[in-house]
Design a binder for this molecule. Structure first.
Ligand code: G3P
Ligand code: MG
Length: 241
């Protein structure tokens, strides 16, 4: 029996501030299969883990991530906005996440900007045992990465436009997975992916009932803020396919 793969979206972000070590460790403790994290570059070209291009929402800093040096970013509080319990939780670098979690679970590195590609590839060379997928909404970036490395596991994110074109693109770059937003999933999309042998993991799904119906339609993985909820329901997430 196939069981859906459970990715902790930005870590266990329902319980701890997104994209922090606390959220990633919580996901490991809950038994998630993988961590999803978002990558930007600091001004000095270091891959750092944060969702937005600007600092305001999830840190006590201001301005763009790309305008701050690593040293400045490491002084920020990336946890106090979530709850006082997490005050001064640091903003992690990708290198720190790779060192802490390689060998423990899979990592889905979502590259938020074109410029991250080459730096992330070079960092991954220092972590050859890391089990990773690289995903992006930036199809030029994915294409560029494929031309640099034919074995790299790449996943195509989809939240807008023509899903047929996006699935075709995923096939063209030999992607290992298709990652659509939950509200865009339809039977035709899943059937097209199945014909191409392309697994589909959907974001963001926190409710077991929604996961159950998507699994029945043929979805094989989820990105969730609440890995505990989907993991407890996993015995009931069964595909007839
Ligand atoms: O990788 C799935 C999901 O994280 C994509 O959207 O905005 O949450 O990074 P976002
Ligand atoms: Mg993401």
């Amino acid at each position: 029996m196939q069981r859906p793969f459970i990715w902790a979206h930005r870590g266990a972000s329902k319980f701890a501030p997104e994209n922090t070590m606390a959220a990633f460790s919580a996901a490991v403790e809950l038994g998630a299969d993988g961590l999803e994290l978002d990558i930007h570059l600091s001004r000095d070209g270091i891959p750092v883990v944060i969702h937005d291009e600007s600092l305001e929402r999830t840190t006590d800093g201001q301005g763009l991530v790309a305008d701050a040096s690593l040293e400045q970013l490491q002084q920020l509080d990336a946890g106090g906005w979530f709850s006082p319990e997490f005050i001064r939780a640091p903003l992690p670098t990708l290198a720190e996440v790779l060192s802490a979690f390689t060998g423990k679970l899979s990592l889905n590195l979502e590259l938020k900007e074109f410029s991250t590609g080459v730096e992330v590839l070079s960092l991954l060379r220092q972590h050859p045992d890391a089990e990773i997928i690289i995903s992006s909404f930036d199809y030029d970036l994915l294409k560029g990465l494929r031309s640099l490395n034919e074995a790299l596991p790449l996943a195509v994110l989809f939240d807008d436009g023509n899903w047929r074109q996006a699935v075709r693109f995923a096939n063209e770059i030999s992607a290992c997975a298709f990652h659509p937003a939950d509200n865009l999933v339809c039977r035709r999309m899943l059937s097209a992916c199945r014909k191409l042998g392309l697994p589909v993991s959907v974001w963001t799904v926190d409710r077991p009932e929604q996961a159950r119906s998507l699994v029945r339609m043929g979805v094989s993985g989820f990105f969730t803020n609440d890995p505990g909820a989907l993991l407890s329901a996993r015995p009931t997430l069964v595909s007839p396919l």
